[in-house]
Design a protein around this ligand. Structure first.
Ligand SMILES: [Zn+2]
Ligand SMILES: [Zn+2]
Length: 141
C-alpha cells in the first residue's frame, strides 16, 4: 500500500492527517531499515523542525491500531517500526541493531496455533536474533 491509499483509508475512518504526520508515514513506507521512533523523529525534524517526539509516537500508534504498520518489540531495546504490515519475519543483529526481512512459510503457524489453542489468532511477532554478516566480518579482525 502507498501513502495515498493509506491516507484515503484513514480519511474514510474519520482520521485527518497533518503534513507532519504524512511525512512520518511517507518516511516509514520508503525505508526498509525498520527505524525506531527516534530515527523517524530525526528524519521528520529536518523538514518539520516543530515536530515533537510525542507526535511521532502518537502517529505510529494510530497507524499500528489501524493495521497499516507493524511494531517490532525487541525486549529492552527500542521498538522498531515497519511500513509493511503483511506478516513476514525478521532477523535482528545483537551487535549493530540491524533488522532484515525474510519471507517464510512459517506464517502457517497462525493456523497451527489456532488449532492447538482454539484462539482466533490476529497476529504474531517473531524475531530471530544473531550477528549480521557485516558484524561477523568485523569480529574476525
Ligand atoms: Zn550487525
Ligand atoms: Zn519487516
Amino acid at each position: 500500500m502507498d501513502a495515498v491509499e493509506i491516507l484515503k483509508g484513514l480519511k474514510d475512518k474519520g482520521v485527518r492527517f497533518t503534513p507532519q504526520r504524512q511525512a512520518i508515514l511517507e518516511f516509514l513506507l520508503a525505508t526498509d531499515i525498520h527505524p525506531t521512533a527516534e530515527d523517524i523523529y530525526k528524519q521528520v525534524k529536518v523538514k518539520f523542525p516543530g515536530v515533537s517526539l510525542g507526535t511521532i509516537y502518537n502517529t505510529l500508534n494510530m497507524l499500528k491500531e489501524h493495521g497499516f504498520i507493524l511494531e517490532l518489540t525487541c525486549g529492552d531495546m527500542s521498538s522498531r517500526f515497519d511500513g509493511n504490515p503483511v506478516n513476514h519475519y525478521h532477523a535482528m543483529c545483537n551487535r549493530c541493531g540491524k533488522v532484515v526481512d525474510f519471507p517464510c512459510d512459517l506464517v502457517e503457524m497462525d493456523k497451527y496455533v489456532a488449532e492447538k489453542t482454539n484462539f482466533i489468532i490476529n497476529t504474531h511477532n517473531l524475531v530471530f536474533y544473531g550477528i549480521c554478516p557485516e558484524c561477523q566480518k568485523e569480529q574476525q579482525h
